[in-house]
Design a binder for this molecule. Sequence first.
Ligand SMILES: Nc1ncnc2c1ncn2[C@@H]1O[C@H](COP(=O)(O)OP(=O)(O)O)[C@@H](O)[C@H]1O
Ligand SMILES: [Mg+2]
Length: 257
Amino acid sequence: MTTSIISIQDVSKIYANGTIGLSHINLDIAAGEFVVIVGLSGAGKSTLLRTINRMHSISSGDILINGQSIRHYQGQKLRVLRRNIGMIFQNFNLVEHSTVQRNVLSGRIGYYSTWRSILNFFSKADKQKAVQALQRVNLAEKLYTRADQLSGGQQQRVAIARALMQNPQIILADEPIASLDPLTTTAVMNDLKRLNQELGITVLVNLHSVPIAQKFADRIVGLRAGKLVYDKPIEQVQADDFQQIYESTPASSEVRA
Ligand SMILES: Nc1ncnc2c1ncn2[C@@H]1O[C@H](COP(=O)(O)OP(=O)(O)O)[C@@H](O)[C@H]1O
Ligand SMILES: [Mg+2]
């Protein structure tokens, strides 16, 4: 499909120790979709997201971004790919003793030469952009606060603002709410949804929670033991669909067989 922003084509990932992370995954994602990936722990959700920005290489198949195979990208092409894809992690990955401003500005590093980023030499335009990114997640008043003085939900929203500094076409969020309480969970998911709707950023989120997936997704994809076992637009999702993804027969033995 030429219209897909992400095209995952018969992708398998076998780790060095022989564990099957992904098995023959086919998945096409259109620009502007908000896709939630659900599955048990160990199903392959993180592996899948990490193959998309080449944090992990794949063992077979191919991944196209904007119609281009990224499988063998190196050097400048890999840098541009990673700049185009914002990553959000469960544990936020902020520099805790730095200010919110510095953390957000660091999202810009992919646009700077090495010496400028080493010297932390950010332009006035980028400092303004950092304020705008923080406004988008309602945290502009925290510009000069140290990251470790924020709540978990606020830290995750700083991480989202940092990702925005990349001007990403795609945001990949790996269990972004797993460490948060229900109230901040909603704030973080609302932020991701707003960026998807207002800026047209394509969003892929790994989640454990089916109710939250149903509340925010345009489409739900289910993984089980490295295989894609479910893929439906939200209008077609039924309440009892998720048994096949979450039923408790051991999946890991199938994986390692
Ligand atoms: N670096 C690694 N080396 C070997 N096996 C791994 C590695 N990372 C993940 N796995 C295995 O790959 C499978 C999928 O893991 P993962 O993608 O982390 O699942 P999920 O994110 O859905 O919990 C699991 O069996 C896991 O143990
Ligand atoms: Mg994971």
